[in-house]
Ligand binder design. Structure first.
Ligand code: TNX
Length: 537
């Protein structure tokens, strides 16, 4: 009750503030702008235009709820982005009645029309913008919408200082799926902390909420495990093609987790096993189960390595690995891989998956595994990630598991766009930008219902890429489409409409030096130079 009274007082204070501000020193005659003509991606659930505008300028202030966790940080993030893009200094939760004329209020409320944890309402009026959200995550998604509504040019005639007009109206929005992810394989080629952060920043703008890191594979082990130091002393020193590899210290991994959390993105760590484990076995040959002497591996073949599924040492090792990673990973999920274990006997594979699932649970996490894990008697809390066999996804769903949709033919970011693509593979398909967008995760697997689907994830495998420019060539613009497939309901999606909104992302992509693929399927406003291969320095 006391809290409610406090909240009401706070809301009242802000309303008074807004009212005080709504008698601007100079009346502004806002021109007509149409919120319905926006190019938002993902497309929001509901947009109602009121054909006027909010004038953002140096006399705008941001005010946020200060009692609920994370709201003030969302305000600061918005302020930072406005500084970067418009060079405007917008204060957060400090108020100078002499200069402030308009306000952006980021408000916590439980009484939203929409139910999802990430739902938000955005009300844009002449002198105030109100973002209502239940959680800071919802507020964060809402400010991405606001960022996308910023015009490219200021209006310099309405007042003494430049003013950026944001079209007025109301947006009610929430995601169709709770899990909207991308994956980066940092094992085939290592990506630095800064490269990972840059990718996370771009994903945040399109409302992704999950980033899965494929931390280990045959070619490299990329995360420090203090109790097994050779994993990084030896196992991290290689990558595809013979580069120097690399790894994240636990401190660096925590830094990535914290950076993503500020963007309301959850990091999901993957240790791929029992196959894809040559780097670990190279560091500790005792783990090896394929009966061959272990060499380091810098090629791109898959399926030749396996842990020894019948050795206690292997499970003692995995208990340490999962324990150490779980301790620095706040996500409720731990990805155990499980794909392409071609040299593990089927009964050993099943035994292994069941044992590792229990280890993951013992350390307080829910397992996710690639669709092959459905062969084992997996727990209903374990998630199956569909990549190649719809029937495995159905088998996992029959055991009560939720399914994460990543069909390689549609959602693999490492597939080439066409036969001329500079990077990428094409074993599953060529995926042009329209092909990547034009499918429905809800109906892709016949017999799988919406409530059995956790969400969608677009994996980026890195056999053919080793730096941000190459990563972006494959990830953009396709990742933007996967953002919409995860957020927007099927009935609101349409390629013809989407491709126009995608073309309008060009200024954002250019301003951020994103090395996107200039697909001929999209009518870009500005012709982009044909991609030049950038060498890693
Ligand atoms: C299959 S997808 C793999 C990866 C490769 C990828 C290349 C999956 C679970 N396994 O090991 O990197 O294809 O597209």
């Amino acid at each position: 009750m006391k809290q409610l009274a406090f909240k009401l007082t706070q809301t009242l204070f802000v309303i008074l503030l807004v009212v005080a501000c709504t008698s601007p020193k100079k009346k502004i005659d806002y021109p007509k702008t149409d919120l319905a003509q926006n190019s938002l991606i993902p497309k929001p659930a509901k947009v109602i235009a009121t054909n006027s505008a909010f004038g953002l300028d140096s006399s705008t202030a941001i005010f946020t709820n200060q009692t609920f966790k994370g709201f003030e940080e969302v305000g600061s993030y918005l302020s930072e982005k406005l500084k970067e893009k418009l060079n405007l200094d917008i204060p957060v939760n400090t108020f100078d009645s002499e200069t402030v004329e308009r306000i952006i209020f980021i408000n916590q409320t439980d009484s939203l029309e929409l139910q999802s944890e990430e739902a938000y309402e955005l009300y844009i009026k002449n002198d105030s913008i109100l973002i209502n959200a239940k959680t800071a995550a919802g507020a964060f998604r809402g400010i991405q919408t606001l960022r996308q509504l910023l015009p490219e040019k200021s209006n310099d005639t309405l007042s003494d200082a430049p003013m950026w007009l944001i079209p007025s109206g109301k947006i009610l929005d929430e995601p169709n799926f709770d899990y909207r992810g991308a994956m980066l394989d940092v094992a085939r080629h290592f990506f630095t902390v800064d490269e990972v952060k840059r990718f996370i920043d771009l994903l945040a703008y399109y409302k992704f909420n999950t980033f899965h890191m494929h931390l280990t594979d045959d070619q490299g082990w990329r995360i420090e495990i203090k109790s097994w130091p050779k994993l990084t002393e030896i196992g991290a020193q290689t990558e595809v093609g013979g580069g120097k590899g690399g790894f994240y210290t636990q401190e660096e991994f925590k830094e990535i987790v914290a950076y993503a959390a500020e963007r309301h993105i959850e990091i999901i760590p993957e240790v791929d096993m029992p196959g894809h484990t040559n780097a670990a076995s190279f560091a500790y040959p005792v783990l090896n189960g394929n009966g061959l002497p272990v060499q380091n591996y810098i090629g791109t073949r898959v399926g030749f390595s396996t842990f020894d599924a019948r050795k206690d040492t292997v499970y003692a090792f995995l208990d340490d690995v999962v324990r150490e990673i779980a301790a620095i990973s706040p996500s409720k999920y731990f990805h155990i891989g499980g794909d392409e274990s071609h040299v593990t006997k089927k009964k050993d594979y099943i035994h292994f998956v069941e044992k590792v699932e229990k280890i993951v649970q013992k350390h307080g996490k829910q397992a996710i595994g690639w669709n092959e894990i459905a062969q084992a008697a997996i727990d209903s809390s374990t998630v199956g990630q569909l990549w190649n066999e719809p029937e495995s996804a159905l088998a996992a769903a029959a055991k009560g598991s939720k399914i994460l949709m990543s069909p390689a033919k549609k959602a693999y970011l490492d597939m080439q766009y066409d036969s001329l693509s500079v990077h990428g593979l094409h074993w599953a398909a060529y995926i042009e930008v329209d092909e990547g967008y034009n499918w429905d995760p809800e109906t892709y697997v016949e017999g799988l219902s919406k409530d059995q689907i956790l969400g969608i994830e677009a994996p980026l495998w890195s056999e053919t890429i080793s730096n941000s420019a190459e990563l972006e060539y494959l990830a953009f613009p396709r990742a933007i489409g996967y953002a919409e497939l995860g957020w927007t309901k099927a009935e609101d999606r349409n390629w013809e409409d989407y491709k126009k909104r995608l073309a309008d992302q060009q200024p954002f992509l250019d301003e951020n030096d994103v090395n996107y693929y200039p697909s001929s399927k999209v009518d870009w406003k500005k012709k982009k130079d044909i991609y030049k291969k950038i060498e890693k320095n």
